[in-house]
Design a protein around this ligand. Structure first.
Ligand SMILES: Cc1cc2nc3c(=O)[nH]c(=O)nc-3n(C[C@H](O)[C@H](O)[C@H](O)COP(=O)(O)O)c2cc1C
Length: 218
């Protein structure tokens, strides 16, 4: 393609989301996130738990990808993956990361920043056990982010694992499990008319004991 496709002239949506009412915003961003997640689910947002996860290696080289949020609580925001993947390597070197949700139907974005910790092995075991057997086999078969010579190798590996564990449960591989992002920063963005959007920032203060809430220019 030797011409520029200018997206802004093709797509210029106005955002008509209702404003952020500070009086109704929770003091705790996890409580507020729960409300927005419920509204996203209630509004039939597609894949509301799909979230962009940004990591960086020790040199600061960034990398982003989508993962599925498994759960969230006061502890943080959890997802599951291969610990030997690129994101796993990044997090090993530098455990600071950022998550970004985009719920287009509601003109909303939530950005979360903090440090990422591995979940305890028993939690990863419990979640692994709860997955369909086919997903368990895929997790064992995939050396995520490594070079795959051809697709047949992956399918052959999956078939062998299927055969090996025909009569017993598929065990969780040591290099597959959960991470939890413990939030230090949470920002809620609400798109509004004429690009006069709302942004509300929560930052952890008092040595992590309290949240300070501020508006930001959009
Ligand atoms: C909708 C969607 C959901 C995904 N969910 C996950 C997930 O929960 N865990 C995961 O490891 N990869 C998931 N992926 C694949 C990742 O985006 C990525 O390709 C993979 O984790 C390897 O990334 P890495 O090389 O940066 O480690 C998902 C991709 C999409 C598009």
């Amino acid at each position: 393609m030797n011409h520029t496709r200018r997206m802004t002239s093709i797509l210029r949506n106005e955002y008509h989301g209702g404003g952020i009412d500070l009086g109704n915003f929770a003091e705790d961003p996890i409580v507020q996130f729960e409300r927005w997640m419920e509204e996203a689910i209630g509004s039939n947002v597609k894949e509301p738990n799909a979230v962009h996860l940004a990591t960086a290696d020790a040199t600061g080289r960034p990398s982003g990808r989508i993962v599925l949020l498994r759960d969230f609580s006061e502890r943080g925001f959890s997802f599951f993956t291969n610990y030997g993947s690129r994101k796993g390597d990044d997090l090993e070197q530098n455990n600071q990361a950022s998550m970004t949700f985009f719920w287009s139907e509601l003109y909303r974005q939530v950005r979360i920043g903090g440090r990422v910790y591995k979940l305890p092995a028993d939690e990863s075991d419990a979640y692994f056990r709860s997955r369909p057997r086919e997903s368990q086999i895929s997790a064992v078969a995939s050396q995520q982010s490594r070079i795959l010579e051809n697709r047949e190798l992956l399918e052959k590996s999956a078939a062998e694992i299927d055969e090996k564990y025909r009569d017993r449960p598929v065990p969780r591989p040591d290099d597959w499990g959960g991470y939890c992002l413990s939030p230090e920063y949470v920002e809620f963005w609400q798109g509004r008319e004429h690009r006069l959007h709302d942004r509300l920032q929560y930052i952890k203060t008092d040595g992590g004991m309290a949240w300070t809430i501020r508006l930001l220019f959009p």
